[in-house]
Ligand binder design. Structure first.
Ligand code: HEC
Length: 117
């Protein structure tokens, strides 16, 4: 577990070093298969219904504290963290990828997946 974490950090550093904008959350949402289970308005192929529709995920929920991007990222990276029985699979993302997706999910105006890759 610790070893995997360290590997993740090392890999993240290698990925983060080049002077590019970092992982593209919108693109990852499609490429990593989130769309198989989570709908997202305007994203072609995002038709899955096993998980929630995340189009309005950015919206604050009444009576709940604001969503913390770091907590969301931690959940996306390892859904079993707080609930070992969750039916959301562990996709195997780096911390940077999970953070990029969390930022994407929490932004109100979602950029379209970029075609640069
Ligand atoms: C095999 C289907 C499946 C895939 C693939 C999947 N999810 Fe999920 N996801 C779920 C399910 C089911 C839940 C509800 C989990 C629970 O309540 O324990 C969930 C929950 C979530 C939540 C919390 C939703 C809320 O309203 O609190 C987020 C955020 C999320 N997923 C993001 C993602 C992202 C990002 C990806 C891609 C990296 C992804 N999911 C891939 C099935 C999936």
């Amino acid at each position: 577990m610790l070893f995997r974490g360290l590997l993740g950090i090392a890999f993240g550093l290698v990925v983060a070093l080049p002077a590019w904008a970092g992982p593209d959350g919108a693109e990852l949402y499609v490429r990593k298969g989130c769309i198989a289970c989570h709908r997202m308005k305007g994203v072609p192929g995002a038709t899955g219904t096993m998980g929630a529709d995340l189009t309005k995920f950015w919206k604050p929920v009444k009576g709940e504290p604001p969503k913390d991007p770091r907590e969301i990222a931690a959940f996306i990276k390892d859904p079993r963290l707080n609930n070992p029985n969750t039916s959301m699979p562990t996709i195997g993302l780096t911390s940077e990828e999970a953070a990029a997706i969390a930022t994407y999910l929490l932004s109100k105006d979602k950029p379209a997946p970029s075609s640069k890759k």
